[in-house]
Design a protein around this ligand. Structure first.
Ligand SMILES: C[S@@+](CC[C@H](N)C(=O)[O-])C[C@H]1O[C@@H](n2cnc3c(N)ncnc32)[C@H](O)[C@@H]1O
Length: 243
């Protein structure tokens, strides 16, 4: 992950303390320029979205879109919208907003796809609230694609601005309160906690969308979660409207 997994500080085996600082526009307006070029995880995200949208016309919201680089990798059938605290080239399909101080939404629009990649590591104590807001903007048959760093990695690295760090199981449990996880798999497997670099290694890892028993837990760099809205059990309270 450009600007995060690559530049992470080396940490010890125990779960690191999170910073309780929320970085704002003054930080992100230069930091998110690191994402102007497509990087491995983004290319894999685009492959996933292009594949599951199956050439059908659809609307997508990219939460924490940065310089909207993902748009270049998506097919024309996907109408791209983005929201970010620091937009560099204003456009009607991009909203500049702090999504921790405002709900995640794009006017009153509902989306077939929402993607949040490289974002939930920075939402501090707002994780449940942000899942709930995403659930509200997703169409009934919509799909959420979310990534999260694997903090169970054998050699985990923690980028210093992260303020929301948890083990895979805790993130999964929290996500499952709001969504049904249809699939999850590592972005890549690596001995070191960074993204694949060589052309061959990238090409191989780009096509592996599965978990390898015992290996993935310690070697997955990040995870992709492909989710749909949960159907409530009879009598179950609706947590989406409650949060
Ligand atoms: C690590 S970058 C990831 C960028 C892009 N999603 C990618 O994967 O290349 C995190 C993005 O989230 C945005 N962001 C962070 N905090 C935010 C906030 N409170 N409100 C809106 N956007 C925020 C940053 O500006 C940045 O573009």
């Amino acid at each position: 992950m450009v600007g995060s997994a690559h530049e992470l500080e080396r940490e010890t085996e125990s779960m690191p303390q999170t910073t309780d600082t929320y970085y704002k526009r003054d930080f992100w307006s230069s930091e998110n320029l690191k994402y102007t070029q497509p990087h491995f995880r983004m290319e894999k995200a685009a492959r996933i979205l292009n594949s599951i949208s199956r050439n059908k016309q659809c609307d997508l919201l990219d939460v924490g879109c940065g310089p909207a680089t993902l748009k270049q990798l998506l097919r024309n059938n996907i109408n791209y919208h983005g929201i970010d605290i620091a937009i560099h080239n204003p456009a009607p399909n991009l909203i500049q907003a702090d999504f921790l101080e405002n709900p995640i939404k794009f006017y009153d629009k509902n989306f077939d796809f929402v993607i949040a990649q490289g974002v939930f590591e920075y939402v501090g104590n707002f994780q449940s609230q942000k899942f709930s807001e995403i659930a509200k903007v997703l169409k009934e048959d919509g799909t959420l694609v979310v990534t999260y760093v694997n903090f169970n990695h054998r050699n985990k690295n923690v980028y210093w601005p992260y303020n929301n760090i948890q083990l895979f199981e805790d993130f999964q449990k929290s996500l499952e309160q709001f969504f049904r996880i249809d699939q999850f798999f590592p972005s890549s497997h690596r001995w070191h906690h960074d993204e694949p670099k060589g052309r061959v290694m990238k090409a191989i890892q780009m096509h592996i969308n599965g978990n390898i028993p015992f290996i993935s837990r310690s070697f997955a760099v990040e995870y992709f979660f492909i989710c749909s809205l949960r159907t409530l059990e009879i009598g179950e309270p609706n947590i989406v409207s409650a949060v």
